[in-house]
Design a protein around this ligand. Structure first.
Ligand SMILES: [Zn+2]
Length: 60
């Protein structure tokens, strides 16, 4: 069983083999890299996600 670091995060992804697949657009992200998963949500699906406890800053 893969460890699920953050249940909040996994509300927006489904497990797909070794990756995490975005529920919204189907993008695959290495599920070990949770910061990348958060960054993906923040960049592409910001309106779908409430970022309350995770302050991941993306530099533009
Ligand atoms: Zn997505």
């Amino acid at each position: 069983m893969a460890p699920r670091a953050d249940p909040e995060l996994w509300r927006h992804f489904v497990e797909d083999d070794k990756d995490a697949k975005c529920r919204y657009c189907g993008a695959k992200i290495k599920k070990a890299v949770t910061s990348n998963m958060w960054r993906h949500l923040q960049r592409f699906h910001h309106s779908c996600v409430v970022f309350k406890k995770h302050n991941i800053r993306t530099s533009k």
